[in-house]
Ligand binder design. Structure first.
Ligand code: ATP
Ligand code: MG
Length: 344
């Protein structure tokens, strides 16, 4: 059936876990590589726990799989170079390089004709003042690399501007009416399939809920899908790509892209015959994409930290899926699971 039987996944968090489950349903198996704790290891064929600097562990991992994918985009370049000399990496290295670095990412998006927030390169604290003068206030200083869940970001308002501690970009503050995202899959043959755009609500920089349908006009949702397709095609992408967008009076602005399955696509587990995890595995394994058409209205809610106290109640709610990631301690801000509620 598939040219590939065994899929290597870099990163062993909840995304790797759900990818591994999806792969197993298709008769495939996953080998997870994760330096830290690995909830994905519970449901995978094999788990390697080693640092990304361990060449011998990387080599054994790569040789045991047919193709390598990732659920985490901040894998060091040296590890990727070694892995790629042994097995193909999907999505490709360019997709990874573009999305690892906010400066490269925004430059690429502008180059392919897409709007982003205005931005300026801020390599060091000495360049900050000139950047603020150029971009204005309010604005947001973000580290170029390694940010997630709003980490590595400093809001700049009236007071003196704080430094993030690492090379950064300064982004103009976008006055948006809504945040949406498109999860799009592109197969090895170039076939593209987008899930319906979801409406995202963040609190303290962390995604809380995604709602589908997103309630915006057909023009906006079509535009959003076309933007995502343009990005996937420009990157010659294989796999699932998440595209976060701001809805503004002047059209859609791309916030950022993620070269992987995305938290705002978890609703697809309850809303589509083939969800984002299976779509990604199909693409990476060289299988045809499945039917990602939405057949239900869904609200996905992240279970973060103390939200875990609500699990007993959620478990007995009608039309509700509870997904728990098997992580240990429910620390504040930690994503422990999510619930998909079918609303129509
Ligand atoms: P995640 O891991 O959730 O994607 P992240 O750390 O990569 O987060 P961003 O997506 O850049 O961070 O920002 C998190 C949230 O902060 C956005 O979803 C949005 O609500 C807000 N935000 C970020 N940049 C801007 C901006 N330029 N203007 C207005 N709001 C912004
Ligand atoms: Mg984001």
């Amino acid at each position: 059936m598939s040219e590939f039987r065994t899929i290597g996944i870099l990163g062993g968090g909840q995304l790797g876990r759900m990818l591994s489950v999806a792969a197993s349903r298709l008769g495939l198996r996953c080998h997870i590589f994760e330096p830290g704790t690995a909830p994905a290891g519970d449901v995978a064929w094999r788990l390697t726990q080693a640092p990304y600097e361990d060449d011998s562990a990387l080599r054994i991992f790569a040789e045991s799989v047919d193709v390598i994918t990732y659920e985490f985009e901040n894998v060091p370049t040296s590890a990727l170079d070694l892995l790629e000399s042994i097995r193909p990496i999907r999505p490709n290295r360019r997709a990874l390089a573009v999305s690892q670095d906010r400066l490269t990412e925004k430059t690429f998006l502008n180059q392919i004709g897409l709007a982003t927030a205005p931005f300026a390169d801020v390599p060091d604290p000495a360049s900050l003042e000139a950047a603020v003068a150029e971009i204005g206030r309010p604005s947001i200083l973000k580290t170029r690399r390694m940010g997630y869940d709003g980490k590595g970001q400093v809001r700049i308002e009236d007071g003196p501007a704080e430094w993030t501690g690492a090379p950064s970009v300064l982004e103009g503050f976008v006055d948006f009416s809504a945040e949406i995202s498109v999860i799009i899959a592109r197969g090895a043959d170039g076939q593209v399939s987008a899930f319906d755009p979801g409406l995202n609500v963040h609190k303290e920089g962390i995604l809380r809920t995604t709602t589908v349908p997103c309630g915006l006009s057909a023009q906006v949702t079509t535009d959003a899908v076309l933007i995502a397709a343009r990005i996937a095609n420009a990157l010659d992408y294989i796999g699932v790509l998440g595209v976060e967008l701001f809805v503004t009076e002047n059209g859609l602005i791309v916030n950022e892209i993620a070269p992987r399955v995305h938290n705002s696509g978890h609703w697809t587990q309850a809303g589509c015959a083939v969800d984002q995890f299976e779509q990604h595995i199909r693409a990476v394994a060289g299988l045809p994409l499945g039917d990602g058409k939405r057949h239900a209205d869904v609200v996905m809610e992240n279970l973060i930290g103390a939200d875990m106290d609500r699990v007993p109640d959620l478990l007995v709610q009608p039309r509700t899926q509870v997904h728990l990631y098997g992580k240990g301690e429910a620390r504040p801000g930690r994503k422990m699971g999510h619930a998909n509620r079918i609303t129509g």
